[in-house]
Design a binder for this molecule. Structure first.
Ligand code: SAM
Length: 321
């Protein structure tokens, strides 16, 4: 299903008319959590909601694992949490019980009444209907209001990589994220140089955060059960390594260029895009063996190459015209 039709199915978003700030959200005005919701499947039946594969709707149906995920994020009373795709509220429930103030962004409009029925009495929860990938940065800025926000989510798997890159862009407002993802994605994010899974995702994610693979979640804890295995992962954005003066767009291009032909020697791959002489010089200045392949380089090697390579050939030509 395309992004457009997914959107049509989910209805227009509500980012433009979010709830105004409610002073009861201040940590000084903590209120007791709302009563805990009934079984997830019963609620879906009551609200006549059939789950959609196209929206990545595999809901967590195990309160102990929901608790384990929230515990991994070490949520303290009064802390702000962005939850992406609350679904019927399995994680929301545990986040509120831990005392968090939650901004929950859900694409599927059919789930909003269900979430409101479960948690509307809790002033610490703000449910917004919309696509997280279209959420304006200002929405998070307003919620953060100068504090660091944690992200806790069981992400929809169909667009998880895009969401990871969006969180990387927002990392200045985030302290950390605990996410449930497809196991293969966690392996690719946390891979070390030299292993098969090490690629663009590993370099880009490990540049912005300390990435730590956590526990596995068997398919049986989800409804409906996904065909893939799932794993939790923790990203600590406060431990990111991106140097302040790095041109991040150039870094992204450099990493993409390097892995475009991962079986080839890096000097050849980079030479095609940045000029052979320029690529050789940059690798020497960064102390990188020119016969290496992209998967052997560390994140720091890529920072150095980004600086030394400068723009790609076509960018130089465009600038000269
Ligand atoms: N958090 C719930 C749980 O653990 O049971 C639901 C998780 S389910 C894997 C993913 C959720 O993300 C679904 O509720 C789905 O509707 C929602 N979703 C899908 N795409 C989204 C998007 N682009 N923005 C916000 N929510 C999205």
């Amino acid at each position: 299903m395309s992004r457009k039709s997914r959107h049509a199915a989910a209805g227009r978003d509500d980012f433009s008319h979010e709830r105004p700030h409610d002073p009861r959200h201040d940590s000084r005005h903590e209120e007791p959590a709302a009563p805990r919701p009934a079984s997830m499947r019963t609620q879906l039946r009551l609200h006549d909601v059939m789950l959609k594969k196209s929206l990545g709707q595999n809901f967590l149906d195990d309160p102990n694992l929901a608790q384990k995920i929230v515990r991994a994020a070490d949520v303290q009373p009064g802390q702000k949490v962005l939850e992406i795709g609350p679904g019927s509220g399995a994680l929301t429930d545990k986040l509120l019980a831990a005392g968090a103030r939650v901004l929950a962004v859900e694409l599927d409009r059919r789930l909003i009444p269900l979430l409101n029925a479960n948690f509307a009495a809790d002033p610490r929860l703000q449910v917004v209907h919309g696509d997280i990938l279209r959420m304006p940065r200002e929405t998070l800025e307003r919620f953060a209001d100068g504090d660091k926000v944690k992200v806790v989510a069981n992400l929809p798997y169909y667009n998880a990589s895009q969401i990871l890159f969006r969180l990387a862009e927002w990392r200045g407002m985030l302290s950390m994220a605990v996410l449930t993802l497809q196991k293969e994605l966690v392996e690719r994010m946390s891979a070390s140089p030299g292993v098969k899974d090490y690629g663009i995702l590993a370099v880009r994610m490990q540049a912005v955060a300390d990435v730590r693979a956590l526990f596995m979640l068997p398919s049986s804890v989800f409804f409906p059960q996904p065909r893939v295995d799932s794993q939790a992962v923790r990203l600590d954005y406060s431990l990111g390594r991106v140097p302040e003066d790095l041109d991040e767009k150039a870094f992204a291009k450099c990493v993409k260029a390097a892995f475009a032909a991962r079986r080839k020697m890096l000097s050849n791959t980079l030479g095609n895009l940045y000029g052979a002489e320029n690529a050789r010089r940059a690798m020497t200045e960064c102390d990188i063996d020119p016969t290496l392949r992209a998967e052997r380089l560390t994140v720091e090697n890529y920072f150095c190459l980004t600086r030394k390579l400068g723009p790609q050939k076509h960018e130089r030509r465009a600038a000269a015209d």
